[in-house]
Write a protein that binds this ligand. Structure first.
Ligand code: ATP
Ligand code: MG
Length: 298
């Protein structure tokens, strides 16, 4: 179990001419063994926050204390050690190695820290059985459903027995019912294994299983509450209108940026390579936003 305390964390992304303040003096405290959900609109800084807590990314200012140690002061070597041993990551896209079986995928992080083969296989089997995949350990990712692939990804995250699990939209690619099963699995793991879990989601209805829910907006946590204090319906009410407005605003901005990019290219201000690279980034983001917007139509 780990505790996580963020104090006045600032993260600014700088690209050519643009500066984006992704975290604005964000402060938050997650207790040992807590299951915290972080919800908020697209672009509010959720992934940035998890990446900073997981030492994938470095904040520009502020402190992040994990078990009372300031991880922002770590050397590169300490960061690698921290990521390998203390943290388990689960992402939206399952990130499995396609040509390896489920059990081989779970063995990988254990190979990285030098666990002997027999011990690895034993632990991988136990973990896959814990996530409900006992009968499918020799399946390759394409022979598994989305929900099953995410279960493998969770087993991988648990492989090195981390005390902190960071999950970034682990249900984002799944249909509602499967997504719910995965969140329940997190809750069960949390209870049985006593891990601290920080889970990011767009979908606040998933937050019923959390100990506490933080609502993030524009680089800050604006509210932290428990599912009991505030009904999910109420939280849904706060979020939906704002979420929709933010998404539409971002879509407009992206469309304008795409148009400007094309103009810049025609005017000879940027190279074809620059055009293609930036265009791909913008298009990807646009697609993501459009898929979010479609969820409102259901
Ligand atoms: N590598 C980067 N370079 C420049 N800007 C970035 C980068 N990563 C994120 N940003 C910007 O920082 C802000 C926060 O992004 P972040 O990915 O943390 O949001 P999010 O809450 O995870 O959004 P989503 O729900 O869409 O995943 C956004 O404005 C985003 O455009
Ligand atoms: Mg994100």
């Amino acid at each position: 179990m780990s505790s996580v305390i963020c104090k006045n964390v600032i993260k600014i992304y700088r690209t050519d001419a643009v500066e984006t303040v992704a975290l604005r003096e964000l402060s938050m405290s997650v207790r040992e063994g807590e299951f915290r959900v972080i919800a908020g609109p697209s672009g509010s800084g959720k992934t940035t926050l998890l990446n900073c807590i997981g030492a994938i990314d470095m904040p520009d200012a502020g402190t992040i204390l994990v078990d009372r140690e300031d991880i922002t002061k770590f050397s590169e070597k300490e960061r690698i050690e921290y990521r390998r041993k203390k943290v388990g990551f689960v992402f939206q896209f399952f990130n499995l190695v396609p040509y390896l079986t489920a059990i081989e995928n779970v063995e990988l992080p254990m190979i990285a820290i030098g666990i002997p083969r027999e011990q690895r296989i034993k632990r991988a089997r136990e973990l896959l059985s814990l996530v409900g995949l006992k009968s499918k350990i020799h399946h390759k990712p394409h022979e598994l459903s989305g929900g099953e692939q995410q279960r493998v990804a969770i087993a991988i995250a648990l492989a090195n027995d981390p005390s902190l699990i960071l999950a970034d939209e682990p249900t984002g690619e799944l249909d509602y019912a499967t997504g719910r099963q995965i969140v329940r699995l997190f809750r069960d793991l949390h209870r049985e294994l006593n891990k601290t879990i920080i889970m990011v989601t767009h979908d606040i209805s998933m937050a019923v299983y959390a100990d506490r829910i933080s609502i993030m907006r524009d680089g800050k946590i604006i509210e932290t509450t428990t599912p009991a204090e505030k009904s999910i319906a109420e939280l849904l009410m706060i979020d939906t209108d704002q979420l929709l407005a933010n998404l539409e605003e971002r879509k407009e901005i992206l469309l304008r940026e795409i148009k400007k990019l094309e103009e810049d290219y025609r005017a000879g201000m940027i190279s074809l390579d620059q055009l293609v690279q930036r265009y791909t980034e913008l298009k990807n983001e646009l697609q993501k936003i459009e898929s979010e917007l479609r969820k409102f139509l259901i």
